[in-house]
Design a protein around this ligand. Structure first.
Ligand SMILES: Nc1ncnc2c1ncn2[C@@H]1O[C@H](COP(=O)(O)OP(=O)(O)OP(=O)(O)O)[C@@H](O)[C@H]1O
Ligand SMILES: *[C@@H]1O[C@H](CO)[C@@H](O)[C@H](O)[C@H]1NC(C)=O
Ligand SMILES: *[C@@H]1O[C@H](CO)[C@@H](O)[C@H](O)[C@H]1NC(C)=O
Ligand SMILES: *[C@@H]1O[C@H](CO)[C@@H](O)[C@H](O)[C@H]1NC(C)=O
Ligand SMILES: *[C@@H]1O[C@H](CO)[C@@H](O)[C@H](O)[C@H]1NC(C)=O
Length: 434
C-alpha cells in the first residue's frame, strides 16, 4: 500500500517539475512560445535544480516509505482522520478571508463544508518578490513560476516533515501543471501569527513552553533523515501558534545542505552581532553549521526575550546558563534540549519549595467558595486572566507566601484547573481591596 502511494506522489510532483521545467527552458510549452530572458532563465534553472536536489534526497532516504519506522511520513499520513485535501476541496470552501502575507506568499483562510477552518497558501501576486522580479525582467508569467517553485519546495518539504513543531499540510492543489502559469495552493492547518509583544505579557510558564517547543523542533530538524536542516530565514514571523503551540509555517528558505568549503574561513557563521568560527571538515563541508545557525537564531529572536523575564527565582541560574551557552554556541541542540528538560523537571517538582507551612498557618480554610468577579478585584501582572490575578502555584503554602507578601492581598482561592506543566495545583488569587 505505502510503496505505490509513495511512488504516485513522487511521480505527480516530479511530473509537475519536469513539465514546468520544459516551460522553464523556454521551449514551446503547450504551443505557447516564450520569450528568452537570460537572467530570469538562470534563476528558474537554479530553483529547479534546488527542487531536484530535494527530490533526490527524499527518494534516497532509507525507510522513507516505511512510515511506521519513524515520525517521518511520506506521503502525508494516510490515517489522517480528515483525509488529504485536493483541488476539489478548494471549490467547496466558504468564508474566505485574508490571514497574512509576506514577500512571496499570500495566506487566506476558508471553511470546509464540515465547518473546519484551514489556511490556504499561494503565490502573492502583489508581493515584493513578484513585483521586484517583474520590474527587473518584465515577465510576470516567468516571475510567477519562479515564485511558484518556492512554494512547491515548501509543500514538498511539508510532505516529508511531520512533527508537532511543523504546520500540518492537509493537502495541495496543483493547477496548469503543463502550462507556463503552473500554480500551487497549499492547504494547511490554520494558526494565528506569533505576536511577540503579546507573548511578553503572558506568564513565564507559557513563554517557557514556546521556547521548549522551539528547541524540540530544532532537535528534530538537526537530526532529520534528510540531514541537518537550517531555516535560513529565521524570524518570529515564520512561526504561528496553533492551540497555543508553536509551529513553523515558512519553509521555502530551508536548506538541507551543510555549506561546502575549502578552508575554515569559508565556514565563518556571521550574525550582525557576532561571528562564529566553524571547522571545514575533511569531507569539505562545514559540519554542524545548520544546527548552529538555528540555535543562535533561537537565542537571539526567542530566548533573550521570552526566557528570563519574571521566571521563578530558583530557575534563574539555569536559564542564564542556557542563554549564555546558546548565545556563545557552547551547547549543541542536544545539550540545549537536555538543559530545557532539566528546567522543566525542576519546575514541575515545585523547585523544592518548603514543606513547612510558614505562611499558610495565618490563613483560615473555607470550603466551597464561589468566585464572584465583581467582588474580587485584585489585579496582578502577568496574570492568566485579564481582569484579576490568576497565577499558577505549586502549593497552598506558595500561594500563602505570595498573598502575605503583597499588601493588598487578603485571600486566595485554589481552583481545579492545571497549566500545561500539570503543576498539581493552580491557585487563583482573588482579593477584595478594603
Ligand atoms: N497556517 C497559517 N495559519 C495562519 N497564518 C499563517 C499560516 N501560514 C502563514 N501565515 C501567515 O502568513 C504570513 C505569510 O506566510 P509566509 O511566511 O509563508 O510567507 P512569505 O512570503 O514566505 O513570508 P516572508 O516574507 O516572511 O518570508 C506569515 O507571516 C503568517 O503570519
Ligand atoms: C489543545 O491543546 C491541549 C493541551 O495541550 C489538548 O489537550 C487539546 O486536545 C488540544 N486541542 C486541540 C483542538 O487540538
Ligand atoms: C557568557 O558568560 C561570559 C562569562 O561570564 C560572558 O563574558 C559572556 O559575555 C556571556 N555571553 C553571553 C552571550 O551572554
Ligand atoms: C543528538 O541526539 C540524537 C538522538 O536524539 C542522536 O541521534 C544524535 O547523534 C545526537 N547528536 C550528538 C551530536 O550527540
Ligand atoms: C457578586 O457580588 C455582587 C456585589 O456584592 C452581588 O450583587 C452579586 O449577587 C454577587 N454574585 C453572585 C453570583 O454571587
Amino acid at each position: 500500500m505505502k510503496g505505490p502511494a509513495l511512488l504516485s506522489v513522487c511521480v505527480l510532483v516530479a511530473l509537475g517539475l519536469y513539465l514546468g521545467g520544459l516551460c522553464g527552458d523556454r521551449r514551446n510549452c503547450r504551443g505557447k512560445s516564450i520569450r528568452h530572458i537570460p537572467g530570469l532563465d538562470r534563476e528558474i534553472t537554479e530553483r529547479r535544480g534546488d527542487l531536484l536536489t530535494l527530490y533526490r534526497s527524499l527518494l534516497g532516504v532509507p525507510g522513507m516509505e516505511e512510515t511506521q519506522q519513524s515520525s517521518w511520513r511520506f506521503p502525508p499520513q494516510t490515517e489522517d482522520k480528515h483525509g488529504t485535501l485536493n483541488c476539489q476541496h478548494l471549490g467547496g470552501l466558504t468564508g474566505l478571508g485574508y490571514v497574512g502575507s509576506g514577500f512571496t506568499k499570500l495566506v487566506l483562510k476558508g471553511t470546509l463544508p464540515g465547518g473546519r477552518e484551514i489556511a490556504l497558501k499561494s503565490v502573492h501576486s502583489e508581493g515584493n518578490d513578484m513585483t521586484s522580479c517583474a520590474r527587473r525582467y518584465g515577465d510576470p508569467t516567468g516571475c510567477y513560476r519562479l515564485a511558484t517553485y518556492k512554494l512547491h519546495k515548501e509543500v514538498t518539504l511539508l510532505h516529508a516533515l511531520r512533527h508537532p513543531g511543523v504546520i500540518t499540510l492537509h493537502g495541495q492543489c496543483y493547477e496548469n501543471i503543463i502550462a507556463p502559469d503552473f500554480r500551487v495552493t497549499a492547504m494547511l492547518e490554520l494558526g494565528s501569527p506569533l505576536e511577540m509583544i503579546q507573548l511578553l505579557q503572558t506568564p513565564w510558564e507559557k513563554r517557557f513552553k514556546i521556547c521548549l517547543e522551539l528547541v524540540n523542533l530544532l532537535h528534530y530538524l538537526a537530526n532529520s533523515p534528510l540531514g541537518s536542516i537550517a531555516l535560513l530565514d529565521f524570524q518570529p514571523r515564520q512561526f504561528v501558534l496553533v492551540n497555543e503551540s508553536l509551529k513553523v509555517t515558512d519553509l521555502d528558505d530551508a536548506t538541507m545542505e551543510e555549506l561546502p568549503c575549502r578552508t575554515d574561513e569559508d565556514c565563518a557563521l556571521e550574525f550582525p552581532s557576532k561571528t562564529f568560527a566553524i571547522q571545514c571538515s575533511s569531507s569539505k563541508k562545514c559540519i554542524g553549521v545548520n544546527e548552529k545557525r538555528n540555535l543562535f537564531n533561537a537565542y537571539r529572536f526567542f530566548f533573550t526575550y521570552l526566557l528570563p523575564y519574571a521566571a521563578p527565582p530558583a530557575l534563574q541560574p539555569f536559564l542564564l546558563d542556557i542563554m549564555n551557552a546558546t548565545g556563545e554556541l557552547r551547547y549543541g541542540i542536544n545539550e540545549t534540549l537536555e538543559a530545557f528538560h532539566k528546567v522543566l523537571n525542576l519546575y514541575k517538582s515545585g523547585m523544592n519549595h518548603r514543606r513547612k507551612l510558614l505562611y499558610l498557618k495565618d490563613y483560615m480554610l473555607i470550603e466551597g467558595y464561589r468566585l464572584n468577579e465583581t467582588n474580587d478585584d485584585y489585579r496582578c501582572w502577568p496574570s492568566y486572566n485579564y481582569r484579576g490575578c490568576l497565577l499558577s502555584m505549586h502549593s497552598a503554602e506558595e500561594a500563602a507566601e505570595f498573598c502575605t507578601k503583597h499588601t493588598n492581598c487578603r485571600r486566595f482561592v485554589i481552583g481545579q484547573e492545571q497549566t500545561w506543566t500539570g503543576t498539581p495545583l493552580t491557585v487563583v488569587i482573588v482579593v477584595k481591596l478594603r
